[in-house]
Structure formats: C-alpha cells, structure tokens
Design a protein around this ligand. Structure first.
Ligand code: TRP
Ligand code: ZN
Length: 868
C-alpha cells in the first residue's frame, strides 16, 4: 500500500478547536450531481484560528466566511483546512456529490430510486465538509429541493416548518430539528412511498404522529413494525420513565443498507428486513427481530441521541446500553428465559470467538483505524452484558436511580462510558472502582470452580479461580469484578439457603481476586451447585459436573435458565469427549444419560414449548469451535452430525408424537404460538434424519400456511440432504423470485447446503435475477452463509472456498468496503485451523495485504490477522 492507514488512539482525545452551534443545509437533489450548501455558525474554542474540516469524495465549489469569498484554505486528502479565521463567523461551503455512484452506501446514496443517507459513523463527511465528530452538537435546519413527481416525499430530522414550489416543476421542504445533535444523526430521505400513519399519546398527554414509509405496494407488510413501535414507546415510559420528545417519529424502510437500522433523530432509516413482515413472507424470528430492532432504534432516542458519545471509542456507551434496553423490552413482552438463552448463545458463540480473534478488543476500544470495524458483537453484546452486570450488582431500583442521574447530568451533551459508570455509582452508593476494568480489558475470563463437601463440619466450600488469557491486543490481564450467581440444592431438590458463618448471604458472590474461597455452613448433605445462574457474567465456566448432577439440575433447578444451561453442559461434555475419541480414531459413543434427559424434557407437559425447543437445540458451531485452540473442522462436523442422528433415532417416537400434537390451524404471532411452532420445527429437524423424514418434510411444505413452517421444512430438507430438497427449492424460487427479501431465505439455504456442489451452486445463484452484488442483504445471505455456516464446504481442503472468498473480497473492496470487512471475519481466525488450511488462508490474506488500493476497512483486519 502506498500510504499506510493511520490508527487513532483513545488516549489522544482532544476537544474540538471550534464549535458549530447551528447549521443550515440546502440540498438540490439530482441523481449524479447533487449540490449541497452548508451554512454554519462557527465559534473558536481556544487560541487556534485554523479550522480542519473532514470531507471525503466531495467536489468543492465555493467557500465564504461572513458572506465574502475566503481564500485562506487548502484541500488535502480527507480535509479542508481553513486558516486566518475570525473568532466567530458564518461559514458557507458549497460542494457537489454523486449519489448515483455511491455504492458504499455511506453518505447520500440511492436505494431503489429514492435518496437516503447513512451518516454513522463518519458518513456525513461524504455530504459536506464539516467537523464530523460526535462531540460537536449543532441545531440543524435542512431544506430539500427536488423533482415533485419522482420525489413527492422530502424528509429530514425534526419538524417540517415550511414548503413550497419552484417554477420548474420542483418542490421544496424545510425541516427544523430543535435538538442539537452530532452530524452522525443527520438524515435525509426523498422518494415516493406508501405511508402507514398512526399516532401515540405520551403519558404527559402529547400527541406524536407516527409514520412508516415503505416501497409502493408494501403497506400491508408494515403493520407489525407499527405495533412494535407503539409497544416500544409505551414500554420506555413504564420501565424507564422516558418519553418521546418531538411531534413526529418517522421510519423509512430501504432495501440497500449496510446494517440493521439507524437511529437518526426523528427519522430512522431501516433495512427493510427489519420493517416488512406478513405471515406469508416472514418467519416468527423475523417478527421478533423487527420488534427488537424497532425497539432498539427507538430507545436510542434517549440513550444515544439525547445523551450521545464524546468520541467513537465510547460507542458502547450508547450501544451496550441500548442493546440492554432492547433485550429487556423483548423479555418483558415475551419469554424472559428464551430471550436470555438467545442472547447467551450469541455471547458464547460468535462473541467469545471475536474475543479470541486478532480483532479482540475491549468494549471500549483503545485503537481504531476504521470505525466501521468496531460495530462489533463485543461493543454491542458484551457491552450489554456489562450493563447487565451493573444491573445485577445494583438491582432494578438503584439502576433506575442511576439512569435518572445520568440524564440529569448529561442530557443534551456528549458523554463517556466513565460518566455512565460514575452516575450508577453515585446514585446507588455501590463501589464500581474495580468493576471498571470490564471497559478496558479484552478477552474472555475463565472461571475454574471446585466444590468440596465436608460431612463432619457440614460445610460446602467453593474455590473460585479466575484468569483471562492474553489476547492479540493485550498481553497483560488483571482479575475482574465478576458477579457469580450461585444456588445450592439438597439431594431432594430443595434449595439450601446460603450461609457464611451462620449469616444468610445473597446469591450473587463478588469475585474480585484471582483466587477466592467461599465456605457455606449448615449444609446437611452434599449439595449440587448451580453456578453462574442467568449467565451472571460473560465468562467461561469450568466445573466438573458428573452426568448425574447435570441430569439432576435439568430436572430440579428452580430457574429455567439454569436447567437449560445444565442441558447444554451435558451436551458439551459428551461432544468434547467424542471429538477426542474421533481424533484418536475411535468410534463415537453417546451415553444413555443424554437420551434420558432429553426424553424427560420432551415429554414433560409442564414445560413451555419454546423452552423445550431451546433445550433440544445443540450448541452452535462457533461455540464448539471456541472450545479449542486448534480446531479440527472435519471432526467437529462428524460428531455434531452423529449426535443429531443418534437423538433422532433414539427419540423418534417422542419427536413424532410431540410433532403431531403441535399443529396449529391458524397462524398468529402470540408468544405461545411462536413457541409451539418452534418446538414442532425442532422436532422436524430431528425427524428429517429418520426414514419418515422425506415424507414429513414434504408434507409440511405442501400444507404450510405460513413462512415459518415453510422455511422450517426447507431447512430440514437442506440439512438432512433429503430427496425432496430440490423440488422444494425449485417451487419456492418459482413463487418468490421477484422478492429479494423473501429470496434471502432461499439464498441462505443455498449458501449453507452441506452438499458437495455447494460452491458451484453459490456461483450459479449469483446469476439469479433476485441476486445483486450491490445489495448487502443478498451478499450476506448467499455468500455470508457459505463462509460462516458451511464449514465442510467453505473450508474444503482444495482451497476452492478460500479462492472464491478472495475474488468476492476484491470486488467488494472497491464497491462496498464496509460489507467486505464484515465478510472477511471467518478468515481472520486462520491460526486456529490445521496447518494446510492455515497456509491456504494465509496466502489469501497476503494477496489482499499487498493489493493496490486496499480500503482501510480490510487493511485493518488483514494486517491484524497477519501480525497475530
Ligand atoms: N447505530 C446503529 C444501531 O446500532 C448502527 C448502524 C446502522 C451503523 N448503520 C450503520 C453503524 C452504518 C455503522 C455504519 O442502531
Ligand atoms: Zn444501536
């Protein structure tokens, strides 16, 4: 690379040299030459009269200061440098940009003929020269001028204040946002849409207009999003005491979007995947995903917008907290235990994997080259776990006191993670000094716990050791403050109250040192401990349970999460031991304990269906990969498939009975029905491996009246490679080939097909009418699923999967580097694979590394991987 991209460090933060209090933007929209006029009120903050503005891909037309042309400026790579400026001035900058050729989908671009913007993290600099950093908060006034017939709706943040016509068939609208905001929250949308309108009255009695804009013809798919929005508004008032603060809340669904959705003030822009749903096009998990993302973006209005981030290193301040809030929203509306299980699967699978990869970073990173690379599972999901631990340590009441103090202190400003923790600490009186290391330390702590019972003293001793392995970014680790939620059970299943020195103690133990011992007294017989209940900290737990103890917990633990976790530990134990048997060339053996435990769960009428479905779902691939330093992809695949087949044949009758009993005549998305379908379809997944599999799957597909059951049938056919797979795939694509969003589910099945022809099918699919290399959803569905969910085919020993990936990455490096950088993740962990695969992947990474014009996004990841 000619110029090596430079990293920024958290420690180098400096206040901006100038503030911008107000900005007046005027857009003359045109597909390939849009003119942007930005008039800003600027004030110098210190004694530096040079102003360095950010800009990217802009054509500069003019610069004036206080109305007069300004000559003292210089354009350099990424910046406009203005010198000899007065203290206070009005700066006017005219630039032009080219939305039509903006395939990176950052800044102003065109999605299906409509203009839209994406400014987080640093996209506003692709619209005009500006102080594009989150600690510069300005009041925005935005005027949009465009052709009236093609762009009847002209939208921006805040309230509409004026509109009119021009002589040449154009119209214009002016929007005013009263809340000062950083540029990353700016949004503009112009196009023709169908609009779903509704209304919400806040608890203080203010009326808010709600509008959801979707592509023409999609109105009937937008109702669930509207219901979710109203639920979110109500929930935030009830649980957090937070009300909406503008007269209008708009959501626009677009097909071309790099991420899930964006919380722009008063004008959210959403990936259409998280808005559009009806029973024919969306699955139950799509419905739940929409509820959670609609909630997430809405909750950002307070945690993100009213209080924003001082700098991008503080991203988890808004994301970790907002994920925590959206998880609580979903849990309060639906099943708490099922939501917890889903979240924990993500932490134990892909987040732990990220912690162990070359991209390992603390939830508050120290060093960043490309900010887009840090919208990660660590910042979001582990960040939420850190907030959850604070919640556990403080309790709901003190936590809410902390939230109120946080808003009292920081509303309308740009804050830091430290500000948040201080508010929690000051409001509750709980000392979080040691706890703060969770913000600065990367990697996954390991807890090794041993239990010993003393029959004479009637005591039970837990010895807890913690240790965090060095990570690529951070060789030295310290002991963290880990809340460890514990319960002890007597052999008859009753709870043994926790006592130390005769005094009752709380269930949450505070682990702060590398080794700690807890002695519980008045324990009449040898107990079974339930450890890390509710997954009280994002750590790996080791405790050598016997099969009997785990089976006991599956039945007796008072808490559903703990029962599920015991089931997962039982599975993990035997998956591991079978992987080492296969390594030694021995046969796979599955013990009776697993079969009995699963049968018990499957036939237990008192359990919620959704919960049984989770109990019967094996740990994911990335979770199993994460148990090993050195991964043997082939052995893991062999063992997991063998386990599925064994459960299928041993429990065939029970699965079949359960399956038959769960048919629902009508499709409704209440949580009870969602749970029943989930269980029925888990049964089908196993039954697919029995001799009746093909007939059952085929029958379900033919008679299905909803997308959940349809996709479940196709998934079962795909994984078990049933004869009906081809006809079903054919029938589906015939029906849905005109709808990209619905075809994504089909592309995922093609990408994750275990068939030997998977790669050549993926290549053919790239010519499908519904596929486009310009659409991130399509790329992620087809190519992302191949690279992440298809270990046997992507990691083929002939290297064909890797060469294909290289080709795709080279293309995306030019058209959409942000998407390229997400796609490359499975290659970064190459050191964990066998030597032959390591070498194949290394050569791919090296070829990218030496490539001319490698974008920062890929450069950062590739160079870290090669240095590791
Ligand atoms: N702030 C968004 C969210 O979490 C994330 C986001 C949407 C984003 N689009 C983006 C981040 C583009 C980086 C780039 O809700
Ligand atoms: Zn967010």
């Amino acid at each position: 690379m000619a110029n090596v991209p430079q990293a920024k460090y958290r420690k180098d933060y400096q206040r901006p040299t100038h503030t911008i209090t107000d900005i007046n933007l005027t857009f003359h929209l045109d597909a390939s030459v849009t003119q942007v006029t930005a008039v800003s009120s600027v004030k110098q903050q210190g004694d530096d009269n040079t102003l360095v503005l950010d800009g990217d891909n802009l054509v500069l037309k003019s610069v004036t200061v206080n109305g007069a042309e300004w000559e003292h400026y210089q354009e350099s790579e990424g910046h406009l440098i203005l010198t000899k400026l007065p203290d206070v001035f009005e700066l006017s900058i005219v630039t032009t940009i080219d939305p039509l050729n903006n395939t990176a989908l950052e800044g102003l671009y065109i999605s299906d003929g409509a203009f839209c913007t994406q400014c987080e993290a640093e996209g506003f600099r692709r619209i005009t020269y500006y102080l594009d950093r989150p600690d510069v908060l300005a009041r925005f006034i935005t005027t949009i001028i465009a052709d009236k017939t093609r762009y009847p709706y002209l939208l921006s943040n805040g309230n509409m204040v004026e509109k009119g016509q021009t002589d040449d068939g154009k119209h214009w609208v002016t929007w005013k946002d009263p809340h000062p905001k950083p540029a990353y929250l700016f949004a503009l949308v112009a196009g023709d849409f169908d609009v779903l309108r509704d209304q919400f009255t806040t608890r203080s009695g203010r009326d808010v207009a709600l509008e959801i804009f979707v592509d023409k013809g999609n109105l009937e798919r937008s109702h669930h999003a509207m219901v979710s929005l109203k639920n979110a508004m109500k929930w935030d008032e009830e649980r957090f005491g937070l009300e909406y603060d503008l007269d209008i809340y708009m959501i626009v669904a677009v097909d071309f979007f790099n991420m899930g959705a964006m919380e722009n003030k008063g004008l959210n822009v959403f990936n259409s995947k998280y808005v559009l749903a009806n029973d024919q096009t969306a699955t139950d998990s799509d419905y739940l995903g929409i509820e959670s993302v609609i909630g997430h973006e809405y909750f950002h209005n307070w945690t993100g917008n009213r209080v924003t981030c001082r700098d991008w290193f503080q991203l988890s301040l808004k994301e970790g907290l907002t994920v925590f809030r959206d998880q609580e929203f979903s849990s309060d509306l639906g099943s708490r235990v099922v939501n917890r299980i889903h979240n924990v699967r993500i932490i134990r699978g892909p987040q732990f994997a990220e912690d162990a990869s070359p991209m390992s970073h603390p939830i508050r990173p120290e060093k960043v080259i490309e900010m887009n690379n840090f919208y990660t599972l660590t910042v979001y999901e582990k960040g939420s776990e850190v907030i959850r631990m604070i919640h556990t340590l403080l309790g709901e009441e003190n936590f809410q006191k902390g939230m109120r103090l946080y808003f009292e202190r920081h509303d309308g400003t740009a804050a830091t993670c430290e500000d948040f923790v201080s508010a929690m600490e000051d409001a509750s009186g709980v000392d979080l000094a040691h706890f703060r290391h969770w913000y600065s330390q990367s990697g996954t702590p390991v807890l090794d716990v041993e239990g010993t019972y003393n029959d004479v003293e009637k005591t039970y001793t837990l010895k807890v050791k913690q240790q965090t392995n060095p990570t690529v970014d951070q060789p030295e680790k310290c002991a963290l403050h880990i809340p460890l939620d514990v319960e002890l059970y007597a052999p008859d299943g009753t709870i043994i109250p926790l006592q130390c020195n005769g005094k009752k103690i709380a269930n949450v133990l505070n682990i702060k040192e590398s080794e700690q011992v807890f002695v519980f007294d008045n324990v009449e017989s040898k107990p079974v401990p339930s450890l890390l209940r509710e997954f009280s900290a994002p750590v790996r737990l080791n405790f050598s349970y016997t099969d009997d103890e785990l089976s006991f917990l599956i039945v007796n633990a008072t808490n559903d999460f703990a029962r599920w976790d015991a089931g997962q530990m039982l599975l993990a134990k035997h998956i591991r031991s079978n992987i080492s048997r296969v390594e030694k060339g021995q046969d796979v053996i599955w013990p009776e304990s697993i079969i009995t435990a699963f049968k018990g769960v499957l036939t237990n009428d008192s359990l919620e269906a959704a919960f049984i479905a989770e109990m019967l779902t094996l740990p994911g691939l990335s979770e199993v990969f994460g148990w090993y330093e050195q991964i043997d992809i082939d052995y893991i695949d062999t063992v997991l498939t063998s386990l599925k087949k064994t459960l299928a044949s041993e429990l065939k009758e029970a699965f079949a009975q359960c399956y038959q009993a769960l048919f629902l005549p009508e499709y409704t998305t209440d949580h009870g029905s969602i749970g029943k379908r989930a269980l029925k379809n888990v049964c089908l997944l196993y039954l697919a491996y029995t001799e009746d599999g093909d007939a059952l799957v085929n029958e379900q597909y033919r008679t299905s009246n909803n997308m959940t059951d349809t996709i479940a049938a196709m998934t079962a056919a795909n994984h078990a490679e049933l004869p009906c797979r081809e006809p079903l795939m054919e029938s589906y694509s015939e029906h849905w080939k005109h709808d990209g969003l619905v075809m994504d589910k089909w592309f995922i099945l093609q990408g994750s097909s275990p068939s030997e022809s998977a790669l050549s099918v993926v290549k053919q699919c790239m010519n499908h009418d519904a596929f486009s290399m310009k659409n991130p959803n399509r790329i992620r569905s087809l190519i992302g699923s191949f690279m992440n969910q298809n270990p046997s085919q992507f990691h083929k020993k002939d290297g064909s999967g890797y060469r294909f990936a290289l080709d795709i990455l080279k293309q995306l490096n030019v058209s959409n580097p942000q998407v390229a950088a997400r796609l490359i993740d499975p290659l970064l962990k190459f050191k964990h694979y066998d030597v032959a695969r390591q070498e194949l992947i290394r050569s791919v990474l090296e070829e990218l590394h030496t490539m001319q014009g490698l974008a920062k996004d890929l450069y950062e990841k590739v160079s870290k991987a090669l240095e590791s």
